[in-house]
Design a protein around this ligand. Structure first.
Ligand code: GLN
Length: 304
């Protein structure tokens, strides 16, 4: 099947699920988003981009940004990253605090909020303006100099920061946080508040489909073995406590965000971004998961 036909088929079939799920309520600036939007973009490793629906509308990437932050931390610190954050799935919601106390302030993985906050702390120590570093990184990867941070969303998250602040202070009490908590929270929220479209996101993740090399800038972003590590973490922890089901039903590494975006990687072949703002109980895009299930069944391919 040709890529455009495949996209049309997926789009048509997954659209039947629009209307189910609910837009994230706990970040007020996200609660107003029209839930009926739906877009899909695919970028293959030759740099061809295919898209359909609302694929050019920028949206709040939220936790998808955790992959950029982890990548920057791995570039700067290499294996030292793993002294402060684990590589195990958590089996718990993304903003859970319970494991953190039991496991002495070392988060299970970099894709739950606690883990992303430790990574944000590493970035804070490595860059003079961390939010600018992440924004510029996203711009380079997506080959789009117009990508912006939505200051409204970042401020709204900061006003409702209690849970994330609690995690950061708990980690500080265990000696696993080096910078001023409030400052790191601001940088973390700024990266979550990046606004990007499906096309931007699919393009920006090309390095994970292409053994660590960005298809657009030709820059080496990660070593090949590091690329495999990031993909493995996405496969085991990218969709929080739905990661097992996602592996079972879709079978690709993926990373979701509460803005309703999900990025997935077919290593050696393509990167894909699906977006539809209404979420299921786990905080993952309802229609997005459906679209990725359809993609995997149509191309009949899984990393397993
Ligand atoms: N900024 C959100 C938070 O910290 C990100 C959560 C998500 O996308 N799962 O809660």
């Amino acid at each position: 099947m040709l890529m455009n036909e495949l996209l049309e088929q997926i789009y048509k079939d997954a659209s039947s699920k629009i209307g189910q799920g609910q837009v994230a309520q706990y970040i007020p600036a996200l609660a107003d988003v029209d839930p009926n939007q739906f877009g899909v973009a695919i970028c293959d490793i030759k740099g061809n981009v295919y898209s359909i629906g609302d694929a050019n509308i920028p949206f709040s990437i939220q936790s998808i940004s955790k992959v950029y932050s982890l990548t920057l931390a791995m570039q700067r610190l290499g294996n030292k990253v793993w002294d402060r954050v684990g590589t195990e799935p958590s089996g718990l919601p993304f903003n859970s605090l319970v494991q953190l106390e039991h496991e002495q302030g070392v988060p299970r993985n970099p894709f739950i909020n606690a883990g992303a906050l430790v990574v944000a702390d590493m970035i804070e120590s490595s860059f003079s303006t961390p939010s600018l570093a992440i924004k510029n990184f996203a711009r380079t990867l997506a080959a789009n100099p117009d990508i912006q941070i939505d200051a409204n969303v970042a401020a709204s998250e900061y006003q409702h920061k209690a849970r994330n602040a609690a995690m950061a202070y708990l980690m500080q009490s265990f000696g696993n946080f080096n910078n001023e908590v409030e400052q790191v929270l601001m940088s973390y929220f700024s990266s979550c508040a990046l606004k990007m479209s499906c096309v931007d996101l699919a393009k920006s993740f090309s390095y994970l489909a292409n053994k660590g090399q960005c298809v657009f800038s030709q820059q080496r972003i990660l070593e090949e073995h590091q690329t495999r590590q990031v993909n493995a973490l996405m496969a085991t922890s990218g969709l929080y406590d739905e990661a097992g089901k996602f592996a079972f039903e879709v079978g690709f590494p993926g990373k979701s965000g509460v803005g309703g975006g999900i990025v997935a990687i077919v290593p050696g072949v393509l990167s894909i971004c699906v977006w539809s703002p209404a979420l299921n109980q786990t905080g993952n895009s309802f229609v997005g998961i459906e679209a990725l299930k359809l993609l995997s069944s149509h191309i009949d391919w899984s990393i397993y």
